[in-house]
Design a protein around this ligand. Sequence first.
Ligand code: IMP
Length: 503
Amino acid sequence: MNRERSARLESIYRCMAHTVEKKPATTVVGAGFGDEGKGKVIDLLCRFFKIVARFSGGANAGHTAWLDNKRKLVTHLLPSGLGQSKTCVLGRGVFFDTDGFFRELEDAKKVLRGKIPPIHVDQQCPLWTPWHRLFEAFLEGVKGTNKINTTGRAIGPLAALNALRAGLHVGELFGDEKRLINHLRELREALLPSFHDMVASGLMATNDVPKAQTVAEQLLSKARFLEPLVCDTSYLMHEALRGGQSILFEGAQALGLDLLWGTYPFVSAGMSTAAGAPYGTGLPLTDFGPVILVAKLFPTRVGAGGFPSELWDRELAEAFPKRRSELFVAGRARNQFLAKTLLRIKSGKGTNADLAQYLQVLGYERGATTGRGRSVGMMDIPWHQYSIRVNGPLFLVLTRLDMASGLEKIPVVTTYRYKGQRIPAGQILEPWNMDQIEPVVEYWEGWSEDISGCQIEDELPRKARQFLGKLEDALEVPILLVGTGAPRDAVMLRLDGLAQLPG
Ligand code: IMP
């Protein structure tokens, strides 16, 4: 990063400091269906906080932070604050996978050259076992049209078995071994009929179902390393706040994937709204300060489920990076594809599928956890109005504005209609009726200049500034930060947004 750019980034930091520094507990959540770039936002903001804490989800998340132009840190279970040497906490609402945790830690050690900050794991995080994974395979296997296409991290079974009071918790690894094995046996017994069914239908062999003793040995082999990290994190964070330390709460997934408020049943099994932060950490509501909502200019979705602004077929989009892998690595094939497709779009002959493919390739829209292609949608105002209503953000971060450069017309869903009637702003339809939504699309004026890496609002083309202003007016929440590319410093502070903040 050159000196001028880092000085500009510093001034962004100074402005942000006024906005969040005096608020000891700030929560960052995703507005759409995940992959909005929360990792980058947390990476940017966490310098004002002592602790970064997760309150939900598990190893199904995929946060990418660029530490510099070469070093990329991808976290799934660990908080994104890891890259900035912040104390990291996995609150009680997080589903814990011991193997995944240590694998991630080893990778992080390499990227961070051994500099791992303190990490705390709650003693009552629901604990992953290989049976949870098998049970998820069973559930997905028996489903037809309701198959979710999960990330395969057994999030649903972890949540469900916990709710059935059949699951285990991390802290049980450090107590009486006989008690642990007994508890594991009971869990295995409860799941055995499903496993028999899988064996009978040829989905797996009998000896694919590990015995309780084997699972206990596997889990206990890591217990010695884990034990020093495990505690009552609710108390730890309570004490930290009382001692004047500040905490940034890192959301996982996004509203559309929240168990209660997302597009059920095509959701994850955790809490992805800001309200999940107090519940998943055991801190009182009164401790919480502002919510920051992260939205992607062109939202994306993987797996199944409603996506009213979607541009192309979900299955084709998911398979696209595998079918055309050459387009997802920097090089001639990719550049030619992008140039040719953009030309077609600009000529007016391009279809929605062309635009979807163009945006998918341009944004490297491929899952960090699963490698599946992400299906791309249009900026969707009604969805974001719903997300704003449920999350109550102080401001928005709009990521990936640079992706619109070159599009003469940017499609924006301005309202939803259902059976010819406008759905009131802030409402969406029941998930089982979501495919009945008729999105009303307007084409907003775009700009031709490349804005990648732009840090200064004044340097944005006039039409880009107008686009942001119009979007902000429609959403009625200030857009304070705007992402203009993948690198850490590719971000812009909007003074217009700053002027609209209360106080
Ligand atoms: P699960 O969380 O693995 O149970 O998956 C449930 C649904 O949420 C699937 O459609 C996943 O693709 C989706 N999902 C889970 N985590 C993420 C994420 O971090 N980004 C995007 N989609 C996700």
